[in-house]
Design a protein around this ligand. Structure first.
Ligand code: GLN
Length: 324
């Protein structure tokens, strides 16, 4: 079978997929075709993406598929594979095509309008589990707020790993909240997470018993960086989940100034930061005089990725040293 897939006006590829005697297209040929096609479209992980899409179209596990040298695709499966390969070739994110992304070993549903969880965000979860311990020891529970929950990834991973965690997860986008709620149900943790639509902390009221932890992976892309983002991010992922204002620091500034009344004494904020933002975010925390930076955590690439700061406002009031 021969068909054309048009890329930009400048490119036109003619691609062949053979058809076996049984009327099925051999899987190995389809895979080789899609890999070539994606490579021409400058997709760095061409082979892996082709495998994932093929497995998705035939409804089988990727590794099982690779071990099966004989398998063939029905014409319907070929049509599905061809369409998804073409969309991936146009740089649509793989996770939006399959509707799924793994985070903290949990399969989460994602769709356009919801940020795709990134592996480095798992460092926020790891830190949250550590910093939850004092509250868990003190009163065998931990109250946690997740700001800008998106797919719900952070809140769900924490709830999944820590039975004694009670969470509130907020987001401005209804699409994200619906997805997060569905994900929480699928992961069996919906009973311990309250989802609330809120622009930052706007819809919440400070309480006497505040949150022990505030977690957030806020939008942190600076205006000038926007054009250099990969097409797959810039053109497909929600801008509201990425755009951090002119210098990328807008949401840190707001959280740092707004969050203290919502936190318990010695409450801790754990925030993900962008590449080379950690020092500036630390400075913002220190400068506010309501916070003390506790730790900066590097990701697997050695990038300073997570900033942990303790809210000192309650102690400062007690000692009468707090001035606004
Ligand atoms: N909490 C989600 C994540 O970490 C969404 C973050 C966001 O929308 N900026 O992926």
């Amino acid at each position: 079978m021969t068909f054309n897939v048009q890329g930009s006006e400048a490119r036109r590829w003619t691609l062949d997929i053979g058809r076996g005697d049984d009327g099925r297209t051999p899987g190995s040929e389809a895979l080789a075709w899609a890999t070539r096609y994606l490579r021409q479209g400058q997709i760095e992980t061409a082979r892996l993406d082709a495998e994932v899409l093929l497995a998705y179209c035939v409804g089988r596990d990727r590794t099982a598929l690779l071990g099966d040298r004989q398998f063939g695709l029905t014409p319907t499966e070929v049509a599905c594979f061809r369409e998804l390969a073409a969309r991936r070739g146009a740089h649509e994110p793989l996770a939006y095509l399959t509707g799924c992304r793994e985070f903290w070993s949990l399969p989460l549903a994602v769709q356009p309008g919801v940020l795709i969880p990134r592996p480095e965000t798992e460092f926020v979860v790891e830190a949250a589990l550590r910093y939850a311990m004092p509250a868990v020891r003190r009163r065998s529970s931990c109250r946690i707020l997740d700001v800008g929950t998106g797919s719900g990834n952070i809140a769900i991973a924490v709830a999944y790993s820590l039975d004694s965690a009670a969470l509130v997860a907020i987001d401005i986008a209804p699409t994200a909240l619906e997805m997060a709620q569905a994900n929480a149900r699928a992961c069996g943790v919906a009973e311990r997470i309250r989802f609330i639509q809120s622009d930052l902390l706007g819809a919440l009221r400070p309480r006497r018993a505040g949150f022990d932890l505030l977690l957030s992976n806020p939008p942190y892309i600076a205006a000038l960086e926007w054009d250099s983002l990969p097409k797959t991010v810039r053109e497909y992922e929600p801008r509201v989940a990425l755009d951090g204002g002119p210098d990328g620091l807008l949401f840190y500034q707001q959280l740092i100034s707004d969050a203290p009344p919502y936190l318990s004494e010695s409450g801790v904020a754990i925030v993900e930061v962008g590449d080379r933002q950690a020092a500036e975010v630390c400075r913002l925390f220190q400068h506010s005089r309501q916070w003390q930076v506790m730790e900066i955590i590097k990701d697997y690439s050695g990038i300073e990725r997570v900033v942990v700061a303790e809210c000192t406002h309650a102690r400062a009031h007690q000692h009468g040293s707090h001035r606004d």
